[in-house]
Design a protein. Structure first.
Length: 352
């Protein structure tokens, strides 16, 4: 398949959200900002004591910023769990004074449906971020917020920002007003990125065309995005060996494998407090002449460093899309196991 035909097909795929994420995020903010801010006010008035952010795969990491923002700007405790881990851990603070946010694109994900039902059994209020409300979670959650877009990372991420920042603002944190205002600027930046990052990403993909072992490293606010691409995009869609590691933790053991192996690295470098340490890891790898691509938030994000996950996603996605093409994968939505009824169990549930 020639590359222009592939590009036309890629735009229509469920994986490639870059063509629509800017416009869809703007619509979502227009439609749902008032409702989500109202939920933050309600949580304050009802004296919610704990917030849980719950999901599986990509739909967990798009909620991680919710915990980070509550930790940074409020005194409200929160935790972010994998869906089944949430059930197995059985938190003692999961009760009628808890608020549980759950994310699932299909709204029928086995793991997250089970987690939602578990939370309801414990008396907690459940809020489901789903693509469409006509799904198991949409019907069973206390509140379902549909984002009506294939942009299953960025829109629930924005929802987490809205709730956490508004809750902190209502509690008197004066920093949050400006950050909420910056959120309204993100859609236009993403729309411009879609066109601007196309050609640079193709060149990066060509430079990594022969790499079959790729470690992705990230830290700070970019931890969730690094996890998303290192595991749920590069391995899932490019069919390469690899893994994701927190950049700081790479120094604690994994770096020793460099004595005998020379894998490739994709590194996400944020503008936050983790930046100096990530730069130390980059220097370590450069000294060993290892194949490496660094996506630096200084290049992509003119806003607060907390927006790094929004603004590094499109360059990474273009890179992944072209990398799939160069490996002979022309159908970005095709799966070997997922979506074929091989890993999900339960009436009405799907995988993912």
């Amino acid at each position: 398949m020639d590359i222009s035909t592939f590009e036309e097909k890629a735009v229509a795929s469920a994986l490639f959200t870059a063509p629509v994420v800017g416009q869809d995020l703007k619509k979502f903010l227009d439609w749902e900002t008032a409702r989500i801010k109202g939920l933050a006010l309600q949580a304050l008035e009802e004296k919610i004591e704990h917030v849980y952010w719950v999901g599986a795969g990509n739909s967990r990491v798009n909620l991680m910023s919710g915990k980070e923002l509550l930790d940074r700007f409020s005194l409200l405790p929160s935790d972010c769990y994998y869906s089944y881990e949430f059930i197995w851990r059985n938190p003692q603070r999961l009760n009628s004074k808890a608020l549980v946010f759950l994310a699932s694109y299909s709204g029928n994900t086995e793991d997250t449906v089970a987690a939602m039902r578990f939370a309801r059994e414990k008396g907690a209020k459940t809020v489901a971020y789903v693509n469409q409300v006509d799904c198991l979670m949409g019907r069973e959650a206390d509140l379902a917020i549909p984002y009506q877009s294939k942009a299953l990372f960025s829109l629930p991420l924005a929802a987490a920002f809205l709730f956490a920042l508004e809750y902190a603002r209502l509690n008197g944190n004066t920093e949050c007003e400006a950050i909420l205002e910056e959120l309204t600027r993100v859609p236009d930046l993403l729309t411009r990125q879609y066109l601007a990052e196309k050609e640079p990403a193709l060149e990066l993909a060509r430079s990594f065309q022969g790499q079959e072992m790729i470690y992705t490293l990230a830290d700070g606010p970019l931890f969730g995005l690094g996890y998303k691409f290192g595991l749920t995009v590069f391995m899932e869609n490019m069919r390469v060996n690899g893994s994701f590691m927190e950049a700081a933790e790479f120094r604690h053991g994994p770096a020793e494998m460099l004595d005998r192996h020379k894998p490739a690295f994709v590194i996400l470098k944020g503008k936050d407090e983790s930046r100096p340490l990530v730069e130390r890891v980059i220097s370590l790898l450069q000294a060993r002449s290892l194949p490496m691509i660094v996506f630096d938030a200084e290049k992509y994000n003119p806003l607060n460093t907390l927006f790094d996950p929004f603004l590094l996603k499109i360059p990474l996605q273009w890179f992944a899309v072209y990398s799939a093409y160069l490996r002979g994968i022309y159908d970005l939505d095709e799966r070997v196991l997922m979506g074929r009824g091989l890993m999900g169990q339960g009436k009405g549930v799907t995988w993912p």
